[in-house]
Design a protein around this ligand. Structure first.
Ligand code: ADP
Ligand code: GLC
Length: 488
């Protein structure tokens, strides 16, 4: 049987360009899907980092003028831990050849031409979907987040002829990509696209909205988030549309890239370990204390945080609960970047509590691994969390996740309540609602659990043994692709 050709479209992919979990998913899914008979090629913008990583590049198509400049489609591959990734790269220097982030410049402000940049990516994806490349005609296009949201729109309004099936995956409903109606013609959307059943969204052009409305299937990254986004509380204005999709909306839990996150062979760890060599974890704990200047705390856990510092992630609550955390004798090692006020708050906390609070502002892959391998528990107090990946790496690395009971956090961590403890199945702690008092109560429970080393170790081992990889999720994506494939 020949493999099912699928075009993935995204604005980031680990290890080439990453601002968050989206990149992890886009980077890891192709290798897992290959094992399920799906051959993915990933279309990415030609940012400098992507062009630098592209190997065996050749011109797949000259695209002519695109959004005000010349554009070429390159084909090639990039090396990733799980194997090589097959790439198509939109090389359009006037849109993507900039130093800075994928969405914002060095000053932190969004690139003003983001609608043009990502609409161009979507138009090229639709052209590939309609047969631009003779040797790669995808039967399904898998579009990720708002940046790829217009792909189903360009396919729908792009004239007659066979078109591939479409799946839109939403990783975070908070980012919707809404832009002024005046751009309609410039983005090459025909007048009939301006409809409540098309791209129109509260008087603007809604990139994500268009995808959610027009894709054959919509998925999000956990079953609980799939339910949450159909409610007024979690739907961020899109709940009505999402409810109307009925069973065409589903949640497929993210996996963890177990090639990247393997405590037995992680180059960023002071000492590799696994469930049979759990004692070796001590060396990582000591290295982490060293890296963050924390004093020794045999009598209390070292808590870790690896996170964007934003309201979504509930990081203000960590600051609020800090007196309790320190009162239990706990230490904090935090790595993150984001809102200026939160960055300042954590810097002040570190200055006020040397040896007890260690803070590193910035983005640092190696340190993220060191925290996961060395902290005793990882805090993830999110107000909402489509899936969350850091609690998954924490589980695999023997750190107990302490999570808010929302979205994918609720789906991936088993609370060590009395029943779970008696049955020996817990893997961490959950708390709700996402408030400072509830977080404080969770810290008190954590302190109690720490005083029961047998129960703690049991939870550690349960988490490390959990099936967190991409095999099961990839199977579900593959089944979904079969449902919508053009030839099917
Ligand atoms: P989100 O995508 O909402 O930020 P996820 O938990 O899905 O949250 O994914 C976050 C990813 O980014 C994880 O791979 C995590 O390890 C990584 N990460 C977050 N902040 C940092 C940081 N400051 N340094 C290094 N890695 C980080
Ligand atoms: C988004 C979400 C996060 C999810 C990630 C990958 O960034 O905020 O919860 O894990 O996408 O799907």
């Amino acid at each position: 049987m020949t493999a099912l050709p699928v075009l993935a479209v995204a604005s980031e992919a680990y290890p080439l360009v990453k601002t968050g979990g989206l990149a992890d998913v886009v980077g890891a899914l192709p290798a897992a899907l290959a094992a399920e008979g799906v051959a993915v090629r990933t279309l990415l913008p030609g940012y400098p980092a992507v062009l630098r990583a592209l190997r065996d590049a050749e011109v797949a198509a000259e695209l002519g003028p695109l959004a005000g400049g010349p554009a070429t489609l390159l084909a090639g591959r990039a090396e990733a831990e799980g194997g090589a990734m097959a790439l198509l790269v939109l090389d359009a220097p006037h849109l993507f050849a900039r130093e800075g982030g994928p969405y914002a410049g060095p000053d932190g402000r969004d690139w003003p031409d983001n609608p043009q940049r990502f609409a161009a990516l979507c138009r090229v994806a639709a052209r590939i979907g309609k047969g631009l490349l003779p040797n790669f005609v995808p039967e399904v296009v898998h579009a990720h987040d708002w940046q790829a949201g217009l792909v189903p729109a360009y396919l729908r309004y792009g004239g007659a002829g066979a078109r591939p099936g479409t799946v839109v995956t939403v990783h975070n409903l908070a980012f919707q990509g809404s832009f002024p109606r005046a751009l309609l013609a410039e983005l090459e959307l025909p007048p009939e696209a301006w409809s409540i059943d098309g791209v129109e969204y509260y008087g603007a052009i809604g990139f994500l909205k268009a995808g959610l409305r027009l894709a054959d299937r919509v998925t999000t990254v956990s079953p609980t988030y799939a339910a949450e986004i159909t409610t007024a509380e979690g739907g961020m204005g899109l709940e009505g549309l999402l409810r109307a999709r009925g069973s065409e909306l589903s949640g497929i839990l993210n996996g963890l890239d177990t090639a990247v996150w393997d405590p037995g062979r992680d180059p960023h760890l002071a000492a590799p370990f696994d469930t049979r060599r759990l004692k070796a974890r001590e060396a990582n704990r000591a290295a982490l204390r060293g890296a963050f200047g924390l004093d020794d705390t045999p009598d209390a856990p070292v808590l870790g945080v690896v996170s964007r510092l934003t309201w979504q992630k509930g990081m203000d609550l960590v600051l609020e609960a800090l007196p309790d955390l320190l009162g239990h004798g706990m230490r904090l090692a935090l790595l993150g970047s984001g809102d200026r006020a939160l960055e300042a708050g954590f810097s002040e906390a570190a200055a006020a509590h040397p040896g007890r609070v260690g803070v590193r502002l910035g983005y640092d892959e190696a340190l993220a691994h060191a925290i996961q391998g060395g902290c005793d528990a990882l805090l993830v107090p999110s107000r909402f969390e489509p899936c969350g990946l850091t609690q998954l790496s924490a589980l695999r690395y023997g750190a107990l996740p302490v999570v808010a009971r929302v979205g994918g956090l609720a789906d991936t961590v088993i609370d060590c309540n009395t029943v779970a403890l008696a049955a020996g199945v817990g893997t961490g702690l959950q708390f709700a609602p996402t408030t400072a008092p509830a977080l404080r109560a969770a810290l008190a429970r954590l302190a109690a659990l720490w005083r029961d080393p047998k129960a703690w170790q049991r939870a550690q081992r349960n988490g490390m043994a959990a099936d967190l990889g991409w095999t099961q999720p990839a199977r579900r994506y593959a089944a979904l692709f079969q449902e919508v494939r053009s030839g099917g």
